[in-house]
Design a protein around this ligand. Structure first.
Ligand code: E4P
Length: 220
């Protein structure tokens, strides 16, 4: 499963990239607003830090205006992916951009039929939001399973990007269901390599090693 980071913080992106396992980045208007920086300038910095796909969302809600914004965003770097809402206008813009060979990420996907239509319109990525469905008492993971089945049944090539990930268990379940990508907040990326038994086991190994009587010519 590919791993994207879900943030607009350049420090978090650089730190995650330094781990050597980062495949891409997603941003959204809320994440960029939190940073309080110039959107296009920050996207330029992100695209330099990560060579993989960087999703940048349009703010317009009408498809002609979405296309105008999208064209300006694609000027920033070759790895920009245009994030569009899963609405009828988003679908129209998706088709127009796909026809030009521009990659899109259809976001705010909450039901399998949205995912089916955006695949037909040539989306590169579809972003089902798991956590926000779970928050309402619906099963976000069921949506991943439904989309996986539909895409496999018809050979749709759109990649399933599991979004709105709230905890490591979401990632395990997404990987088992065959999501192609997960976009994950930095805090959870760090949790992925953490287990208390790893820490306590390492501590014990080092303590035993330090307590061992060493031959006089051994350095550590
Ligand atoms: C993905 O592209 C979205 O930005 C993100 O996963 C939304 O997550 P949230 O529901 O935690 O805001």
């Amino acid at each position: 499963m590919q791993l994207y980071i879900d943030t607009a913080s350049i420090d978090e992106i650089r730190e995650a990239a330094s781990m050597g396992v980062l495949d891409g980045v997603t941003t959204n208007p809320s994440l960029v607003a939190k940073e309080g920086v110039d959107f296009h300038e920050r996207l330029g910095e992100i695209c330099q830090a990560v060579p993989g796909p960087v999703s940048a969302e349009v703010i317009a809600t009408e498809h002609e205006a979405m296309l105008e914004e999208a064209m300006a965003l694609t000027e920033i770097a070759d790895n920009i992916v245009i994030k569009l809402p899963s609405t009828v206008d988003g679908l129209r813009a998706c088709r127009a951009l796909s026809d030009k060979g521009i990659r899109t990420n259809l976001t705010l996907c909450f039901q399998p039929l949205q995912a089916m239509l955006v695949a037909k319109a040539g989306a590169f990525l579809v972003s089902p939001f798991l956590g926000r469905l779970d928050d309402l008492g619906q099963d976000g993971m069921e949506l991943i399973q439904q989309i996986r089945t539909i895409y496999d049944n018809y050979g749709y090539e759109t990649k399933i990007l599991a979004a709105s990930i709230r905890h490591p268990l979401h990632l395990v379940q997404c990987a088992m269901l065959g999501a192609d990508v997960a976009t994950v907040p930095f805090k959870i990326i760090k949790q992925m390599m953490h287990h208390p038994l790893t820490d306590s086991g390492l501590e014990k190994f080092l303590a035993d090693w330090a307590a061992m009587k060493k031959p006089s010519n051994q350095l550590v």
